[in-house]
Ligand binder design. Structure first.
Ligand code: PLP
Length: 394
């Protein structure tokens, strides 16, 4: 006998992973040049040179026992100090090492935070569509449930009437992912202010804090002059979950953090609950080598040139062909409305022509597909005629 839920999650891949595995097989048979794989958010830009140098320097010059040993459960002092000082310099807040819990990426941070905020099986977390599909699994593993607020499909900000209807006494937090996977939308300061005032009012009405869990793996991936509001500046009861997977192109190294600032009510209690959840799930002590690398590289900025070029090319070409998509301000995804009204059909039609795009249903928008454009530009160029053929056949 095994746990039914675990078995279900382990035996069925997510639709994104399913398509990615299919792409690997197709590439093995048909060759790289025949397949346009836009399935997975795996950065195509290599990790910055300074990061690669830090790896080799640490391996050559630091004592192996320390480099490969366990660190403190919340992370080694060096990384917590480096990130705290980087955040303090960047934002208008005093952030200390003790506010940071280093995790194996944003996935472990979000899961630990949701578990920390789950009171009982009535606890609810709200995600605004389109949302990262793993949130459902993270919320359920934590012991609560996920409630989805329908998308505002015009610009992918928040439909506040729908959000307000979804909040009740069991609401523990609203999950915010900006820049967003899959729409690329960045919540404006106005959206964040409205969200903060709604949640402050609802917290007062129910006599308990309703938190924001800000999942921010794409914080630095923004184009042009767009800036991403730092939500703790607008709403004290915000817990930030962060990752270096996308910013530094290190998804396989598994490193990120949960940040519980002093502005969170009873912040130390909340922090300890996050630490307790991480312990419960066996997430203590993120990999030691990458912690040391990040301690040296916390301030390095990503190279966005390829992503920006791909975004501009795909957005301009697809809208000219007649597709609808909101122009993404950040991340490396384009969320495109199916010309036939159903994202599954669109994805299937493209798959038949070896263009792999993910249906929007798991993201809460069944009429859309997601194009992960973190690929070489020539892959985007090769795919354009296929998008043209599909829309012209409707
Ligand atoms: N949250 C969002 C919105 C993501 O898109 C991803 C990964 O694609 C994650 C969390 C998980 O990131 P990590 O690799 O840091 O665990």
């Amino acid at each position: 006998m095994v746990n039914k839920k675990s078995y279900g999650l382990g035996s069925q891949r997510s639709s994104i992973r399913e398509l990615f595995e299919y792409g690997r097989q197709r590439i093995a048979v048909a060759g790289y040049d025949s397949v346009c794989d836009f399935s997975l958010g795996n950065p195509s830009t290599p990790a910055p040179e300074q990061v690669r140098k830090a790896f080799s320097d640490i391996l050559e010059n630091e004592p192996p026992v320390a480099v490969h040993g366990y660190t403190s459960a919340p992370g080694c002092d060096e990384i917590r100090r480096a990130i705290a000082s980087s955040l303090t310099n960047k934002f208008n807040m005093d952030i200390r090492p003790e506010n940071l819990y280093i995790t194996c990426g944003a996935a472990a941070a979000v899961t630990s935070v949701l578990a920390a905020l789950t009171i009982d099986n009535q606890s609810e977390f709200i995600a605004v569509a389109p949302f990262f599909p793993e949130y459902r699994c993270f919320a359920e593993v934590a012991g609560g449930s996920l409630k989805v607020v329908p998308a505002d499909e015009t610009d992918f900000q928040i439909d506040f009437d729908e959000l307000e209807k979804a909040i009740n006494i069991n609401t523990q937090a609203v999950l915010v992912n900006s820049p967003n996977n899959p729409s690329g939308a960045v919540y404006s300061a106005e959206t964040v202010k409205r969200l903060a005032s709604l949640l402050a009012a609802k917290s007062a009405e129910y006599g308990k804090p309703i938190y924001i869990v800000a999942d921010e793996p794409y914080r630095e991936l923004v184009y042009g002059k767009v800036s991403v509001p730092f939500i703790p500046e607008y709403y004290g009861n915000t817990i930030v979950c962060y990752s270096y997977s996308k910013k530094l192109s290190l998804p396989g190294e598994r490193v990120g953090y949960a940040l519980v600032t002093n502005k969170v009510e009873e912040w130390k209690k909340v922090f300890d609950a996050v630490a307790g959840s991480a312990r419960m799930f066996g997430y203590v002590c993120a990999p030691s080598l990458i912690q040391r690398v990040i301690a040296r590289c916390a301030d390095i900025q990503p190279d966005l040139r390829v992503y920006e070029r791909n975004r501009n090319l795909l957005y301009a070409s697809l809208t000219e062909m007649g597709y609808f998509c909101a122009k993404p301000d950040g991340a490396f995804y384009l969320f495109v409305k199916s010309p036939a009204g159903n994202g599954n059909d669109f994805s299937e039609a493209a798959k038949k022509k070896d263009v792999l795009i993910v249906p929007g249903a798991p993201f809460g928008c069944p009429d859309f597909v997601r194009i992960a454009y973190c690929v070489d530009t020539e892959v985007c160029e090769r795919a354009l005629p296929v998008f043209g053929e599909i829309i012209n056949s409707k």
